[in-house]
Design a protein. Structure first.
Length: 248
């Protein structure tokens, strides 16, 4: 990915794909970037494209749909001779207290699927211990560091779950298995699988809207989390420029 400064804006000769779950998250990301330049239709989805090389995709809820939609966008870009240089999974999610309070931003140093495997009498076995696949994708460490320094995001594992945590017991079990976990979402691992299949680096950024634990919608702060997502993406492009110039 080559980043260039043009008329005070940072542009990419190889564009960045940002995959969120739903349009409200995509729109929060867009508010942190220069105004959109247009829309690109894809089968089952559409991209909002900025003038500075960012494509914003509402990829759908859950790891399977997010993976399929992201893979479609990556394939379409490659066939058009416009391959992506980076894929970013972004959105709001739950935060593990006290490391990731509501309103904070988390950047993943590990994107881990938490519930892909088998339950046994001795506990949960990840799919890797069954002899299949992978459970973790690791973004480039230098990129994670650059993004954390630029945005103030906390760094740790972001878990991907197919079922949002709704009890204290489930939250405790996840922390026991993943002591480095700071946040959970539903799409990151799926997006990372699609990126890996295309050989493209991946990043995950989550703004915390609620604590991971007992489901209490009255405690959710979705507006605060969306505002944090907007603010974070407003600082992200310079971090990518620095990473590309010095560390990649």
């Amino acid at each position: 990915m080559v980043l260039q400064a043009e008329e005070g804006l940072i542009t990419t000769s190889l564009p960045v794909l940002v995959a969120t779950a739903v349009p409200v998250e995509r729109d929060a990301v867009a508010r942190g970037l220069p105004a959109p330049a247009g829309e690109v239709r894809l089968p089952g989805a559409s991209l909002v494209r900025t003038a500075t090389g960012w494509d914003l995709l509402a990829a759908g809820v859950g790891p399977a749909l997010a993976a399929a939609t992201t893979a479609g966008a990556l394939t379409a870009a490659a066939l058009a001779g416009r391959p992506y240089g980076l894929v970013v999974s972004a959105g709001i999610g739950g935060g593990f207290a006290p490391g990731a309070p509501v309103g904070s931003l988390v950047v993943a140093d590990a994107i881990t699927v938490a519930d892909l495997g088998a339950e046994t009498a001795d506990g949960f076995l990840p799919v890797t211990e069954l002899g299949f696949g992978t459970v973790t994708h690791r973004p480039p460490r230098s990129l994670v560091r650059a993004v954390s320094e630029a945005t103030g995001a906390r760094t740790g594992t972001v878990l991907t779950v197919s079922t949002v945590t709704g009890t204290a017991a489930r939250a405790a079990a996840l922390r026991d298995r993943h002591p480095g976990a700071l946040a959970e979402g539903m799409e990151g691992f799926g997006v990372a699988e699609a990126a890996a299949a295309h050989g493209v680096p991946v990043l995950e950024i989550r703004a915390v809207s609620n604590p991971v634990g007992p489901r209490d919608r009255a405690a959710w702060r979705i507006g605060d989390a969306l505002a944090a997502l907007t603010e974070g993406f407003g600082k992200l492009a310079p971090a990518l420029e620095s990473w590309n110039a010095h560390d990649r």
